[in-house]
Design a protein around this ligand. Sequence first.
Ligand SMILES: C=CC1=C(C)c2cc3[nH]c(cc4nc(cc5[nH]c(cc1n2)c(C)c5CCC(=O)O)C(CCC(=O)O)=C4C)c(C)c3C=C
Ligand SMILES: [Fe+2]
Ligand SMILES: [Fe+2]
Length: 350
Amino acid sequence: MPSANHYTGPTEVSGHPPVKSQTATVGVLLVNLGTPEAPTAKAVRPYLAQFLADPRVIDYPRWLWWLILHGVILRVRPSRSAHAYARIWTSQGSPLRVGSQSLARHLQAEFDRLGAPVRVELAMRYGEPSVARQVARMQQDGIRQLLVLPLYPQYSATSTGSVIDAVADAMKTLRWPPELRVVNDYHNDRAHIDALANSIRAWWAQNGRGEKLLLSFHGIPERYVRLGDPYHAQCLATAERLREQLGLSADELVVSFQSRVGREQWLQPYTDATVRQLAADGIKRIDVACPGFAVDCLETLEEIAMQNSDFFREAGGQELRYIPALNDSRDQVTSLAALTMRHLQGWLAP
Ligand SMILES: C=CC1=C(C)c2cc3[nH]c(cc4nc(cc5[nH]c(cc1n2)c(C)c5CCC(=O)O)C(CCC(=O)O)=C4C)c(C)c3C=C
Ligand SMILES: [Fe+2]
Ligand SMILES: [Fe+2]
């Protein structure tokens, strides 16, 4: 296809076989967190070892953290986590992997439909397929312009920042790296907020509305925010935009932070304490959405839909209903395609 991306040369370098003429396309690399290969302690251990050794995730002095990680955490957490993964594992594998792959396929189909010469691939920050593997593969296939889209709507150094590190490391290994762009966040993107609002409205139309809508975001240590991480502010901004779009009063919407690990203070209010408090306040039915997760995973399907649902009922509530993530829905695909096209400006022929 003749376009700004049509790469034809060099066809011959003196003394070397001709380089095959090929149509180079722009590459879009979706990156999600990663997930174990199986819901077993044996498979969860190396996943957690890589994840929790990342200094972007836990910034304690390396030697001290190494002792705690290998001496304590990796002895107990893998079997506990494996048990949680086993509750949500599907016949096709981990929901995070299955959902992310499906989203990548749908996004590729959308670019094909639009006639945009864009190649979409998926990488995992931890585990396989790694960022390094996918970047190298795309470069070998002639990708000369690469847009990285971390599947995290809100920027945090612990998530998006860590993806940027991995991409930078991958680039270091290439003699001729592609031109590079990175989507930092899309927490306030209009089409994204519309997609979230539409999915919640559609879910209410089918299931009725609870007394409160709880938006639960993944937490991070509160100290990281004090050091300059914009994550907290971006979560609150997403929640506020969503509240406006849904036409809810401040009282009808509650924001909380989940998935705390360790003893430090994380962003508050905590989700588990919040659902218990709502039940103690006499609320019988709450709906929970997790707008920080592009795709359903352990943290939504197990921690929210199972664990926190139990907490709510144990504290006197009747029903906690989880509203699924956007996953590979039409709205998610079109909003991410539009976001991507904006970031590709100048790389695609008009
Ligand atoms: C220990 C520190 C952690 C920080 C900081 C953190 C930030 C963070 N995580 C996500 C997204 C996901 N996290 C997931 C699982 C998960 N997260 C942590 C720890 C931290 N996360 C652990 C140890 C785990 C593994 C499971 C467990 O043992 O509890 C997942 C789900 C993965 C899956 O396989 O389904 C996601 C997604 C974000 C967005 C974020 C910062 C904003
Ligand atoms: Fe996490
Ligand atoms: Fe969790």
